[in-house]
Design a protein. Structure first.
Length: 390
């Protein structure tokens, strides 16, 4: 999801403002931290859980459960009979099944057990990041009383609708399935329940919208001055090489009675082009090489050292746009036409370049602020991670 898509919906900042939770929309640190109930430490002999640095209480209920099989959520009627807790984030459970959902697209490229473990660990951290964001969002909304609760309900409904629109309906259509039940049965064969997939997608969507609402003030500050400074400080990124766009027709002299006859035919094609006939059409019709059949008449290569055949390169860089010439070879003739010449130098600071830099800066700011917010929320959270093998 691009930053534009992340900022497309404005309901999160509206909801937080209406609930009195965002006094200053431009300050990421103004919002009060989530109040998290303490979670107790495991007995010292149990080494299977990695703890956060939050002080711990004496109630060890969650920690004793983290490595035990548990019943799946009541609404997950098609899920596996039991599930294993992989982590706990402020009393919110993260199950192995959801980590599998988050990791499944990357597992195919994992070739060793270590790579597989790394994929699972990275997926788990992404879910933990998501959970601390959601908990922070819901905590702030809940402070708004009934109005905040109404917004939470609406947010959940909108996330569900978004998953239906962007994932469920396209998936049913692509796989030619008649119902959600058929999809659920198909997914169970991969060890994933439809309910867990929905949970994963909906919570991801909600967390991204909240994250975008917090970062938008920083992104909106990027203006012409910042864009100009980036352009001036990164001139190496905005320097264009000397290039040519050209067309080619090869006339194979071995297909003609004499080389002179082949040359005469090449000259006739030059005259036809000058009279207005389309060079690409003539290349497709008469080229005995690769340009006509495979590149719609385009020559091979654009920069110095990349052009083939190499013998035409000096001539191309001496021609003017629209010029034609015939270059002789032992076995035939290349008819070349210069379409466009781009001389080496700085890329103009035009609207296209400014948009490119703006998008780049917005992405840089988004990723920087995202990391900062997630790091701070995780520092304040109580997080238990199981060290059981994946």
């Amino acid at each position: 999801m691009t930053w534009r898509e992340r900022l497309a919906w404005g309901w999160i900042p509206m909801a937080l403002t209406a609930s009195g939770c965002l006094a200053k929309a431009s300050a990421l640190t103004d919002a009060p931290p989530t109040s998290s109930p303490p979670v107790a430490a495991r007995p010292a002999a149990d080494k299977e859980v990695v703890r956060s640095q939050i002080p711990e209480s004496t109630d060890n209920t969650v920690c004793r459960l983290i490595s035990l099989p548990v019943a799946p959520p009541a609404d997950a009627s098609h899920a596996r009979p039991s599930a294993t807790i992989r982590a706990v984030v402020n009393n919110e459970l993260i199950l192995d099944e959801e980590v599998l959902v988050a990791a499944v697209s990357e597992l195919a490229s994992a070739r060793t057990p270590k790579e597989r473990d790394d994929v699972f660990k990275a997926a788990l951290e992404r879910i933990i990041n998501r959970e601390v964001l959601l908990q922070d969002a819901f905590s702030k909304l809940e402070r708004g009383g009934k109005q905040g609760e109404a917004f939470i309900k609406k947010i959940r409904e909108m996330a569900s609708e978004e998953v239906d629109k962007r994932w469920l309906k396209p998936t049913l259509k692509e796989r030619k399935l008649a119902s959600q039940e058929e999809l659920a049965a198909l997914m169970r064969k991969s060890g994933i329940s439809l309910e867990m997939m929905r949970r994963f997608l909906e919570r991801n969507y909600m967390s991204q919208q909240y994250l975008a609402s917090r970062i938008e003030p920083q992104i909106s500050r990027i203006g012409h001055r910042e864009i100009s400074e980036y352009y001036e400080n990164h001139r190496d990124e905005y320097t264009q090489p000397d290039t040519v766009e050209w067309q080619d027709i090869f006339i194979d002299a071995r297909r003609y009675p004499t080389p002179a006859a082949a040359r005469q035919f090449a000259e006739s094609l030059v005259e036809r082009t000058r009279r207005g006939e389309d060079f690409a059409y003539l290349s497709a019709e008469f080229d005995n090489g690769e340009s006509g059949p495979y590149r719609k008449g385009a020559g091979k290569g654009n920069k110095r050292g990349d052009i083939f055949p190499h013998e035409v390169e000096p001539r191309l860089f001496d021609m003017k746009e629209g010029d034609l010439d015939i270059v002789g070879f032992p076995h035939g003739f290349h008819i070349i036409r210069l379409v466009k010449r781009q001389r080496a130098g700085p890329i103009p600071f035009d609207a296209k370049v400014q948009k490119e830099i703006r998008d780049k800066l917005r992405n840089i700011v988004f990723l920087r602020e995202k990391e900062k917010i997630e790091k701070e929320l995780k520092r304040k959270a109580v997080i238990d991670r199981s060290n059981k093998p994946w």
